[in-house]
Ligand binder design. Structure first.
Ligand SMILES: [Fe+2]
Length: 418
């Protein structure tokens, strides 16, 4: 569609140019056009207009009119010659006569529209027939229709407006092209950014795994140091951690709690570091004094772990791993009962008992599993949480004595994810 807004007739008796004016959409600067000069270091050619008319006198008059204007004027006396000049000189504006022997102005402009759509097309005709005007608008999508005889100043102004119109369209086209190019660049940058984010995420995941591994190794080393005080308890903490994790998963505890159960299992006896070796390694049963001393290990353990930020959630689990489920005086250090005792502690006490009973001690050999089961039944609901005992018994039923095999390889994260 042509970009015209209004059509008006100028009055013939005012002396102004007669004919149809079709106002363009953009506001036009009517100031005299300067030579285009140099833009960003690149010389810019003058604007060029091509007049096409079979009357040589008209062409000469137009050349005379624009002699002192900063416009290059081309003339052609027929459409064939005009097309050759368009190809060669690339005018921005074409003004054509309507009635020519070879081809009508309307058909010529329609052909220019098809082949050089950017060029601003105008018709300068002695005929004011409305049919020609409509045809020129529809077929040639013309910018203006001017009638002969023309008013010199108005024709110059119209040409300036036509060049402005051309420049504006060219600028819009250039900006669209820049925008498209920028969009492509942005898409590329986004793609690169996504790749970088993926790469960084992968690196962070790697670092997290390294940290996690270092974290577990540190805790394991601590647990081994505790167990190493007594040859009979070597590997005890790791096994308690493994049994407790498996019971926790059997109880369908959430991942975070299973992880806490594992670390609390590893560290439950860390407080034994503060108990004299003579008591820890005593081959006989402990006397009352010694037993009182060893009863301090959950509190000592909690105190050791308290300052460690990443073990904060494990602290109460360590402190209460010797409480009794019924809250009786045999439990320590706080005689908590039931749900007051952290769930990981209730799991650990069962795992701890199973591990201790099925391991050799200086004063007895490892006890058979059926004795362990009887003991658990006996103290279920008093020392032990019945739910935890049931979970262990169910696992034992499913897995048999392989549950308590001593050389199990265990990776807590593979276990949680599996
Ligand atoms: Fe303990």
């Amino acid at each position: 569609m042509p970009c015209f807004l209004t059509v008006r007739w100028s009055r013939a008796d005012t002396g102004s140019m007669r004919g149809i004016w079709i106002a363009p959409v953009p506001t036009i600067n009517l100031a005299p056009r300067k030579a285009r000069g140099i833009v960003e270091g690149v010389p810019v050619q003058n604007h060029t207009v091509l007049f096409v008319d079979d009357e040589v006198n008209i062409l000469k008059a137009l050349q005379r009119l624009l002699r002192n204007e900063p416009i290059d004027v081309l003339t052609a006396s027929n459409p064939s010659e005009a097309f050759e000049l368009i190809e060669r000189a690339g005018p921005q504006v074409i003004v054509t006569d309507q009635r020519m022997p070879e081809m009508s102005g309307v058909d010529f402009l329609a052909s220019v529209r098809d082949r050089h759509n950017d060029v601003v097309r105008m018709m300068l005709t002695g005929y004011t027939d409305m049919t020609i005007a409509v045809e020129a608008i529809n077929k040639g999508e013309i910018y203006r229709l001017i009638t002969k005889p023309w008013n010199d100043e108005e024709l110059k102004a119209t040409l300036r407006q036509a060049f402005d119109h051309y420049d504006l369209k060219a600028e819009i086209k250039r900006l669209n092209s820049v925008t498209r190019e920028q969009n492509f660049k942005l898409q590329d940058m986004n793609k690169n950014l996504e790749e970088k984010v993926r790469e960084r995420t992968k690196q962070l995941d790697g670092k997290n795994t390294e940290l996690r591994t270092a974290y577990i190794q540190t805790i394991r080393a601590l647990a081994e140091a505790i167990d190493a005080k007594d040859a009979y308890t070597r590997g005890h903490s790791e096994r308690v951690a493994v049994y407790a994790s498996r019971i926790a998963r059997e109880m369908s505890l959430r991942t975070e709690l299973i992880e806490r159960v594992y670390f609390a299992g590893l560290l439950h006896d860390v407080g034994k570091i503060g108990i004299p070796d003579a008591i820890i390694t005593k081959p006989d049963r402990l006397n009352e004094e010694e037993y009182k001393e060893i009863m301090r290990h959950p509190e000592i353990g909690a105190k050791i772990l308290e300052p460690v930020e990443f073990l904060r959630s494990v602290v109460p689990c360590v402190r209460h791993h010797h409480e009794w489920y019924d809250g009786c005086s045999a439990g320590y250090p706080d005689r908590l009962a039931g749900d007051q005792i952290p769930l990981p502690s209730r799991v650990i006490v069962v795992a701890d008992t199973v591990e201790a009973m099925t391991s050799d001690r200086p004063y007895r050999k490892a006890l058979p599993i059926d004795v362990v089961v009887k003991e658990l039944h006996k103290y279920s609901g008093t020392q032990f949480d019945p739910v935890v005992v049931d979970a262990f018994l169910k696992l034992l039923e499913e897995e048999g004595e392989s549950f308590i095999s001593k050389d199990q390889k265990f990776d807590i994260y593979a276990f949680i994810e599996g």
